[in-house]
Every structure is written in C-alpha cells, then in structure tokens.
Design a protein around this ligand. Structure first.
Ligand code: BG6
Length: 531
C-alpha cells in the first residue's frame, strides 16, 4: 500500500463520538422553518449514525393545533426533503418517530406548560429519559422571554448539578436541564443585556447554550486545529509577518422571502455580530491553556474586547454599507432588495457590509482585519485569508527591469482557509517557472477536505445538538461574548440608522458589492480577495 494511501486512510478515520445520556428535547417553535430544515434532519442524521441515546424523546411545542401523529408525519416529510442522507432509512426513522410528541399551546399559556409537564413525566416513564431536559428556543425572538419565564414558573427548570465545572451543586441534583437559544440574541447591546438578565432569572449560565451555527461547521473548528495542532503556522500568526486578514462571507441569494425579518436586521446584525465576529475571534485568539469550554471562551472574549471601538462619529470612515439593486446572477434576474415582499419601500437597510477592524493587543496591533459580507453576490463562499507581508524585492530585480512592477511579480503569500463550499486550505507561494530566467509565478499548495477525508463535512446542527446533550459548551457563545460583540456593533448600526439612506451605497445583484467598497480598501493600498 502506498504511503499516501496509508496516510489518507489514517486521517480519514471518523472520530469516535460519545453517545450522550438519555434526555427529552423540547423544541419551542416546532412548526417553524428551523425545526423542519435543520433540527429534525440533524436528529435523524444523529440517529442514523448511532449517536442518539436509546433513551431519548423529542417534544414539539408550538401554537398550531395537531396531534402526535400529524407531527410525526410532518417531520417525516421535513426529513425526506432536507436530510443530507438519502434515501430515508425506514427503520431509523420509525425508531425516531416513536419518540416524537407534540404539545399545541401558545408560548405564554400556562396551561400548555402544565400539559408539557405531564407529558414529560410520561415520557420519562416510557422512554427512560431520567428527568434530563433540553429546551430549544426555535421561536421568534419576541417569544424567548415568555417561554423562559413560563418554564421557570411551571417548575420545569430544576436547579441542577451541570457537570464537573459546576461550582454550586444542588444537593437534590438529578439529571440535567439546559436551554439552547437561537440567534438573534437581542438587536443591540441594551436588548441583549435585558435578554441575558431574563434568562438568568431562571437558568444559570452553565445551563445556557447560545447557538451560532457557524461554530458547528467542521471547517470553522478546523481553524483551531490548524493553528494550534501545527507548529509551523503559529509563529507566523502575528503582526511581524501578517500584513492583513480578510474574512469574507458571500451569499449568492437575495433575502428569499425573509424580508420582514431582514428589514429589521440587515447584514451587520444578521452576519457580522454573530458569525463573522465568532470567526474573527477564532482566527485571532491566543492559544487556550486547554480545550475546556471556558478556557477557549476566555480567549475568544479577550479578542472581542480588544477590538478597537468604532464610535458613531467614525462609523463611516471604517465601514461601507450598501444595498443591492436589481441585477443578473448566473443568468437569472434578481429583483432589487427594496422590491422584496415585506421590505419597506424607502428601506435604508444594508445587504452588504465591508469594515475594517483593529485589534488592540500585542499580537495584532497595526494589522487590519477586513470583514465583508453580502447577499446577492456572485458566489456563495466563506473564506478567511491571511495575507503575509510582501517579501523583500531585491532578488527579483531582473524581472522588474524587464518592465514589470515588482508587485506584479512578487505576490505576497496568502493562506486561505476555505470554510465553505469546497472546504479546504490553500497557501499561495511564489515559484520559478521552467526556463532560463529567474522569475516568479504564484502557485498553490492545497488541501481539500473532500479529497483527504472522502466525505463532505457533517451539518453544523448535528454537532451542536450532540455537544449540548453531552454538556459541552465549547462551541456555544457565552454571555460575555455576546455582550462584547454587541458592544462593538451597536454604535455602528445606531449611526447608520440615524443617517438613513445618506451614506448607503448600491450595487447591482451579481456584483462583488459597490465601487465604494473597492475604493475603501484601495485607500489602504490593498485589494479584496474575490474567490
Ligand atoms: C443565518 C442568516 O444565520 O446564516 C442568514 O440569518 C444566512 O441570512 C445564513 O443566509 C448563512 O448560513 P450558511 O450556513 O448558509 O452560511
């Protein structure tokens, strides 16, 4: 067997996950899109891979009237439509379906919570779920406080010992009780503080799992493995060697019927406050002492706090915001954002943001981080690019004399972490092409996730649901992280709201953002990396 084959097989071994203890998962908002598109398909995949405990049940809780059977049928349809595993394995599905239940009630109806309590007791008896509870807030955010308060008032939240990191074990402790909270977690710092306070009236921080599905992506976790599991990159991961860092989250779709939500959020709240600042914190953090949840999150929050504040009066110097107008995307006409259903006709909401952040710490002082995200861009791609400094030019003067500018010949090294799709890592280096002259051409050293491991990465929600069942909060956002992220974002979104459409740029759908964004980075002597 060839050495390369042995190596590939060795790395392609799936990691062995632990199967969690039995538990009952209650999904609030079980009639919604998230449950159908993500949660049930993820649970089905876990069941398929033998990662769900035998003692397990799911209770959907939502307003719409239906019985257990109707809920099971609906969820079967959802799994058939959205699962990454095809075709549906009838045996796996039937086993999962037998553990699905439904409670029809509005989120502030105490009687509904009483029915839930009785059903949970019944489920404990029938499925042996041992009083372990996982609550999932998949409702519109306006309902979060009502659900949390009612859970508390109905005696459905026990003060429990929540694993070895829990410093305050309750003597009567049995089982676990956790709550998963979806984004958006507030819409600015003030509302996030209020929401945290409301949750903390009922749950302790160790029980709260704020989800950001980007953290469940394999390639996002790979940022840490790549950085801290290899000795060659980390010494080069700082201001001595790095010229700047770019984070790009480009989407090739418009808002796709989510106008009423998006027109109150915009790209900054929808993508930057959460996914992109999380990516940034993983790229920029110091090595944690261990991979314990709090050790990792301590380092992440230090980065978020070290971001130089962008005061309202400087918001326009360090950001570009724009909205897409109609255009062509892969030969298809895309309507302007302002013409989307449920978007205000005079909307000033940004569908594109570019911003430059500075991280005021020893490692990154003077290295700009450029973040860019937008809807209706030419491609769906998420990438982190570390651009190294220009090498000294002296050696390649000969080529320069031949009439080229040195920058055209000596391209700086670029390390690209491709988060999605075509997950992988590549490094741009300069190499000599064949021939008698010494000159340089850019070449790529690459790693492709699919080629190396022979599989596509699993869905983020699978990993995150499993981790929550296991009580591992490493990939969930802690209270101080969410607050630090809002502290950075809030002055900017407030300044934009005050300016309305003044200062808003426009770009035709299918373009890499507005011209203003190009001028913005060119003013720093740099350029965007457009994959
Ligand atoms: C969500 C945003 O959090 O992330 C959406 O609300 C966005 O607007 C989505 O499209 C992107 O996620 P992914 O995993 O497709 O990159």
């Amino acid at each position: 067997m060839a050495l390369t084959q042995i190596l590939t097989e060795a790395i392609a071994q799936p990691s062995r996950y632990q199967v969690p203890d039995g538990c009952a998962l209650v999904i609030f908002g079980a009639s919604g899109d998230l449950t159908r598109r993500k949660l049930l398909p993820a649970l089905y995949a876990l069941a398929h891979d033998g990662l769900l405990p035998d003692r397990f049940a799911v209770i959907g809780f939502a307003r719409r009237e239906k019985d257990h059977e109707a809920f099971r049928d609906e969820m079967r349809g959802a799994v058939e439509q959205f699962s990454r595993l095809h075709p549906l394995n009838a045996e796996v599905w039937d086993r999962l379906a037998r553990s699905l239940y439904y409670v029809a009630a509005s989120f502030d109806d105490s009687a509904g919570y009483e029915r839930l309590r009785l059903l949970l007791a019944d489920v404990d008896r029938q499925h042996g779920t041992g009083g372990n509870r996982l609550y999932y807030l998949a409702t519109p955010p306006a309902a979060y406080a009502a659900v949390v308060t009612r859970l508390g008032a109905s005696g459905l939240v026990s003060k429990v010992w929540d694993g070895p990191h829990d410093t305050d074990p309750a003597p009567e402790a049995h089982g676990c009780c956790r709550i998963i909270v979806e984004k958006p977690f507030g819409r600015d710092l003030a509302t996030a503080l209020v929401l945290n306070a409301e949750i903390h009236r009922v749950f302790r921080e160790q029980q709260v799992y704020r989800i950001d599905h980007y953290l469940g992506k394999e390639t996002v976790q790979n940022i840490l493995t790549f950085r801290f599991g290899n000795s060659i990159f980390e010494p080069l991961w700082n201001r001595r060697y790095v010229d700047h860092v770019q984070l790009l989250v480009a989407e090739d779709l418009g808002v796709e019927g989510r106008g009423s939500y998006y027109d109150t959020a915009g790209a900054m709240r929808d993508m930057v406050q959460n996914h992109m600042l999380q990516l940034l914190s993983l790229v920029a953090m110091e090595p944690p002492a261990t991979f314990e949840p709090d050790a990792v999150r301590d380092e992440k929050v230090k980065v978020l706090r070290a971001i130089r504040p962008v005061p309202a009066e400087r918001a326009n110097d360090t950001t570009v915001r724009a909205q897409y107008i109609s255009g062509q995307l892969r030969g298809k006409k895309i309507a302007a954002y302002a013409d989307e259903p449920e978007v205000a006709a005079e909307t000033a909401m940004e569908t594109f943001v570019a911003l430059r952040l500075e991280i005021d710490n020893w490692r990154w002082a003077g290295v700009p981080f450029y973040l860019r995200t937008g809807k209706a861009l030419p491609k769906r791609v998420t990438e982190v690019t570390i651009q190294y400094r220009q090498p000294p030019l002296l050696l390649f003067q000969q080529a320069a004399h031949a009439g080229h500018k040195n920058q055209d010949i000596v391209k700086p090294n670029r390390l690209t972490l491709r988060i999605q799709p075509d997950e992988g890592i590549s490094l741009r280096v300069g190499l000599k092409p064949p021939g008698p002259r010494i000159s340089l051409v850019p070449a790529r050293l690459g790693f492709s996730y699919r080629e190396a491991f022979g599989v596509d990465p699993e869905e983020a929600y699978e990993r995150l649901l499993l981790d929550c069942m296991l009580g591992d909060s490493t990939l969930f956002i802690r209270r101080d992280e969410v607050e630090a992220a809002w502290a950075m974002v809030t002055p900017v979104v407030e300044a934009w709201a005050a300016d309305g459409r003044t200062g808003l740029a426009y770009y035709p759908a299918g373009n890499w953002g507005p011209k203003e964004a190009d001028r913005f980075i060119e003013a720093d002597g740099r350029e965007w990396v457009n994959p």
